[in-house]
Design a protein around this ligand. Structure first.
Ligand code: GDP
Ligand code: IMO
Ligand code: MG
Length: 449
């Protein structure tokens, strides 16, 4: 398995962290290739919980290179906080390598993300407000600041100065617009602290430059030519895991636009975001929950706003790892999953959180949609308005009541749970190789080899 990509098959939080940790045992390098600290990947080892936002989920192995690739957008303050937190817990950070070409999330990106969401009001996307969209926008505008810029104060200052003008202008305009709207709504004139008219100290050129030079000193030992590092591992016939963040249906091009993130979380993007070739990828593992969740706004055809949805929320502890928001819950959507399987050309599936479904008499899986006009749709609609108004049609399968958390092999799973998995694998045409039955590292059932 020299090049193996792990991707989210739904709307995120499928358990990619846990699956990466498990597969990393046999890998030599683990690479994040897109996204930023909008991600929150959880690993539970011996009852101890780790939540990673930027650091690859292989970091608990002291002998494996963990790489933050060029496709990641990196908030240096958050990364340093994560490094310090892990060090305090006794985790060795020497193997953390950071691409010199990764772009930096600057304080003004975070402010712009929040200001943009506030301006959208009821139409907001529900972003994580971590500055992801504005940072990728600057990258595309060629106004971005990269990790390597932290190492040269003169260049850094010049780049911040160039980038800053349009940001201050945009923040001022957003602030004025918002105050106008509030006034119209009779809500007084107090603007939210960060985006007042007065210059915000967090986006002062000198403060930011000084602070970031200091971040550069601290990150310097980790900065490396990470593409070359991946080539060396792959060329030696060893394994690299490319750890996706977010998920297929949040993909900027192929997800439920505009309710998506600002990067490409699909498998194809691993090549660009890590600097390897398409033929370096041998396997693609998709991770899906046994049901579906979504955090943030946007279409979710199988969403349940009833007691069953509540059951999934509570039993599955469906609260965002990054923002703590309640995740919306619903039935497994096989139309969407089949789309994700093909888009990523998955070779294997990992189904997580099967344990959460125990106790439900009947399980439902969406097998097609019906459009508002009554047409049956077997494929995931590419047209936004069709998807927004489509209703799912379900197949019903028998549920199971046994607690699965102690199951460790397929024959320990109740027959109904096995039938449920078989139905999914058959429908989407990809074998399920791993099943999660609890958050712990050992709470897993391997299927096949
Ligand atoms: P990621 O973003 O895809 O890595 O997923 P998150 O870490 O955001 O969310 C997954 C949550 O489910 C975490 O709290 C995990 O500890 C937990 N989890 C992972 N696999 C399982 C499983 O099989 N069963 C249960 N009950 N929890 C799981
Ligand atoms: P992991 O890697 C779930 C969602 C946000 C919002 C949309 C855009 O833990 O699975 P952004 O801040 O990226 O501009 O927000 O994307 N989102 C996630 N949802 N898991 C994630 O990451 C997510 N990262 C972003 O909630 O709807
Ligand atoms: Mg997550």
């Amino acid at each position: 398995m020299p090049g193996l990509v792990i991707v989210g098959a739904q709307w995120g939080d499928e358990g990619k962290g846990k699956v990466t940790d498990l597969l990393a045992e046999r890998a030599d390098a683990i690479v994040r290739f897109q996204g930023g600290n909008n991600a929150g990947h959880t690993i539970v080892r011996d009852g101890e919980e780790f939540k990673f936002h930027l650091i690859p989920s292989g970091i608990l192995y002291p002998d494996k290179a963990c790489v933050i690739g060029n496709g990641v957008v990196l908030d240096p303050r958050i990364l340093l906080g994560e490094i310090d937190g892990l060090r305090r817990r006794g985790i060795d950070m020497n193997n953390l390598k950071i691409s010199a070409n990764a772009h930096l999330i600057m304080p003004y990106h975070v402010l712009l993300d929040t200001a943009g969401e506030v301006k959208l009001g009821k139409l907001s996307l529900g972003t994580t407000r971590r500055g992801i969209g504005p940072c990728y926008a600057d990258k595309a505008l060629r106004l971005g600041i990269r990790v390597q810029d932290l190492l040269d104060e003169k260049i850094l200052r010049a780049k911040i100065r160039t980038a800053l003008g349009p940001k201050q202008q945009a923040l001022r305009e957003l602030s004025v617009q918002r105050r106008k709207l509030r006034k119209e709504a009779g809500e007084g004139s107090v603007a939210e602290g960060a985006i007042e008219d007065a210059p915000d100290p967090r986006i002062d050129l000198h403060t930011m430059t000084e602070e970031h030079v200091n971040f550069g000193h601290r990150l310097e030992p980790h900065i490396a030519d990470t593409s070359r590092l991946c080539w060396d591992v792959l060329d030696a016939g060893k394994t690299v895991i490319f750890e996706g963040a977010q998920a297929t249906l949040l993909d900027l091009d192929h997800g439920t636009y505009p309710f998506v993130t600002s990067s490409n979380p699909i498998a194809g993007a691993a090549t660009v975001g890590a600097g390897v070739g398409p033929t370096d990828i041998d396997e693609v593992w998709g991770v899906a929950k046994a049901y579906a969740t979504r955090v943030g706004a946007g279409p979710f055809p199988t969403e349940l706003e009833d007691a069953t949805g509540r059951y999934m929320l509570e039993k599955g502890h469906e609260y965002g790892t990054t923002t703590g928001r309640e995740r919306r819950c619903g039935w497994m959507d096989l139309v969407a999953l089949r789309y994700a399987v093909r888009l990523n050309r998955m070779t294997s599936l990992a189904i997580t959180k099967l344990d959460v479904l125990s106790g439900l008499d009947t399980l439902r899986v969406a097998v097609r949609y019906r459009s508002r006009e009554g047409a049956l749709l077997d494929t995931f609609p590419y047209h936004q308005s069709i998807l927004h108004s489509a209703t799912p049609e379900y197949e019903e399968l028998p549920g199971f009541s046994a607690d699965l958390q102690e199951c460790r092999s397929a024959d320990e799973l109740p027959p109904e749970a096995r039938s449920y998995l078989d139905y999914i694998a058959e429908f989407v045409g990809v074998p399920i190789r791993l099943v999660g039955v609890g958050p712990g590292r050992d709470q897993v059932v391997w299927l096949g080899d």
